[in-house]
Ligand binder design. Structure first.
Ligand SMILES: [Zn+2]
Length: 174
């Protein structure tokens, strides 16, 4: 019988784990593979297309992405210890985040990036992405550095967003 995959609760802003730099992953064992599976299931359960480990309270450099949301298992990407090695052009599109429910804003990002990362077996690979996939790479890798998309807004816009969230928290609506 298949074991039921654990669904993790998504950590919301302003939990301090979201502002911390994740630790590099050094053990590519069965526990890591279980964590990767749990992250995909937790991401799908929350209707997301990307999830970084700090968002489930695990301060490690691991993220999962599926910009086509379950359409094709081949689109499921696991990035461990990822780094952006090339950036090209610019895009300015709206983003959201599972840790910031119902908050959306336009963020300046590179149009195209190349990422170097390890898979769940510890093998290094490179992958390129443009448009939505490029944004997902940059957004998720930011999470591993303790950076949220609202940190990339203008000072004024960030202040307004934080004020809005504080009000929601105060009203018990966050
Ligand atoms: Zn996010």
């Amino acid at each position: 019988m298949a074991k039921k995959t654990k669904i993790h609760e998504i950590v919301k802003y302003p939990d301090p784990v979201l502002a911390k730099r994740g630790e590099p992953i050094t053990e590519f064992d069965d526990d890591l593979k279980t964590l990767v599976e749990e992250m995909f299931e937790s991401m799908y359960a929350a209707h997301g297309i990307g999830l970084a480990a700090p968002q489930i309270g695990v301060s490690k450099r691991l993220t999962v992405i599926d910009v086509n949301f379950k359409k094709d298992p081949a689109d499921k990407l696991v990035l461990i210890n990822p780094e952006i090695v090339e950036r090209q052009g610019q895009q300015y599109e709206e983003e959201g985040c599972l840790s910031l429910p119902d908050i959306r804003d336009k963020v300046k990002r590179a149009a195209k990036v190349k990422v170097r990362a390890q898979n769940a077996d510890g093998e290094w690979f490179e992958i390129e992405g443009e448009e939505l996939l490029s944004r997902a790479f940059q957004h998720e890798i930011d999470h591993l550095d303790g950076v949220l998309f609202i940190d990339r807004l203008s000072r004024l816009k960030k202040d307004l967003t934080v004020r809005k969230i504080k009000k929601l928290i105060k009203n018990g609506e966050w």
